[in-house]
Design a protein around this ligand. Structure first.
Ligand SMILES: Nc1ncnc2c1ncn2[C@@H]1O[C@H](COP(=O)(O)OP(=O)(O)OP(=O)(O)O)[C@@H](O)[C@H]1O
Ligand SMILES: [Mg+2]
Length: 406
């Protein structure tokens, strides 16, 4: 996204608290007086499940929440659609305050704007797949023909075409979870709240569901809050990740930030086993190209520039700065002998290209296949940097390029 378009805030949580117990206000006062969460629990039996949480989720974003069991993830996500009433604080969706909403207005928001997907989907055993997936629309009061049309579309999206008339006990766990997803998608909500939706699936199916989910979300534009225990899932799906501990958010950041600069011991513990190459992007290790030659320049000029910089190969660009090829010193020398006039007559296409936001991991096989540096090109094909092998090795070891090339 360009810096000029300002992202639209879809969900905003502001100083949210949830205290479970008979007299939450009393517990809050004790906390204000400096008592710890543990002391409050011990002395009064109140659980401080969510503690002064603030964050925004922008439209179209996948916002992942991670944290150990009991850290307050489910409580938080349930506050967002007001399945649970927060003790204090505010929740806005599209700027409308849900924390004070009640009655019919709240029900309408819940049915149309926000949908929840759980880990264990409660499918009705005596209902077919179609009728299970239609449940959300039924609650909305959508009439039957319309319902059927939207449900069939949703089932197709989640890959259940052909299973419409089956019953839940004929489906695998993964397929049952797809029915749950279809139920939410049929409603076509703007916000999807997902509480460990793939948590009960075995690893292979789980990864497959993640891939499909990413594809699906690039087609249907939704804002998503996604809870998971699984770091790899978080790093794969999340545009930003919030790490929760004891009811608080200890860090919010991009996957890359979370892995590169964990805020504390707790986060470090979470990300200990992640290879950096999976999440650190090319942007962080690329350099300015050492030399750019232009297509219309001749080999003598190239020879001069290359020997001056003492390099053996250079990228060739067009007048827009778009990468059009690569040439080695030997090829330049041969071109001079053959009286070649322009570099574009002899340049070779450069196959080693990568985008600035791809993970370092993806450069490794490219770099291994050749001695040439990997070219970093932007969406318009313009050459914006290069990744020499040395930088790649350093990047994998955790030493990034300090001069900012972006
Ligand atoms: N209805 C409730 N009444 C009392 N305490 C509750 C209630 N619901 C949750 N809690 C407590 O609030 C804290 C946060 O629970 P929550 O379910 O939000 O955690 P979680 O991060 O979703 O955990 P998990 O990963 O196991 O799902 C826990 O200490 C839990 O015992
Ligand atoms: Mg939970």
């Amino acid at each position: 996204m360009s810096e000029m378009e300002k992202p639209i805030v879809k969900i905003s949580c502001q100083n949210l608290w949830k205290v479970f117990g008979r007299n939450p206000q009393h517990a809050l006062n004790l906390i204000k007086d400096g008592m710890s969460k543990e002391e409050v629990l011990e002395q009064t039996g109140h659980v401080i499940a969510v503690r002064d949480i603030s964050f925004d989720v922008t439209e179209g974003e996948i916002f992942v929440i991670m944290g150990l069991s009991g850290s307050g993830k489910s409580t938080l996500i349930r506050c967002i659609n007001r399945l649970i009433k927060p003790t204090m604080g505010r929740i806005f969706i599209d700027g409308v305050d849900l924390s004070t909403m009640s009655g019919a207005k709240l029900r309408r928001t819940r049915r149309h704007k926000v949908c929840m997907v759980f880990q264990q989907f409660a499918l009705f055993p005596h209902r077919s797949v179609v009728d299970n997936a239609a449940y959300g629309l039924e609650v909305q009061g959508v009439e039957k023909a319309q319902r059927k049309k939207r449900v069939l579309e949703a089932l197709e999206m989640v890959g259940l075409k052909g299973w419409e008339n089956s019953y839940p006990d004929e489906l695998s766990g993964g397929m049952q979870q797809r029915v749950g997803l279809a139920r939410a998608l049929a409603v076509d909500p703007e916000v999807l709240l997902m509480d460990e939706p793939f948590g009960a699936l075995d690893p292979l199916i789980r990864r497959q569901m993640q891939d499909e989910f990413i594809n699906l979300m690039s087609v249907v534009h939704k804002t998503i809050v996604f809870i998971t225990h699984d770091l790899n899932e978080a790093l794969k799906l999340g545009e930003r990740i919030a790490i929760m501990k004891d009811g608080q958010i200890v860090q919010i950041g991009s996957p890359e930030e979370i892995v590169s600069v964990p805020a504390d011991e707790y986060v470090t513990e979470f990300v200990r086993d992640v290879p950096r190459s999976k999440v650190v992007s090319v942007r962080n290790i690329m350099r300015e190209p050492e030399l750019k030659l232009y297509r219309w320049q001749g080999p003598k000029v190239a020879l001069h520039a290359m020997s001056e910089k003492n390099i053996r190969r250079a990228f060739i660009v067009d007048s827009w700065g778009r990468l059009s090829g690569v040439i080695t010193l030997n090829e330049v020398a041969r071109a001079i002998v053959r009286h070649v006039q322009r570099l574009d007559e002899v340049a070779r296409e450069h196959a080693l290209q990568i985008g600035p936001d791809q993970a370092i991991e993806e450069v490794i096989p490219l770099a291994a296949s050749s001695d040439n540096p990997v070219a970093v090109v932007d969406e318009g094909g313009r050459l914006i940097g290069e990744v020499p092998r040395v930088a790649l090795l350093l990047g994998m070891m955790g030493k990034e390029n300090s001069n900012d090339t972006t």
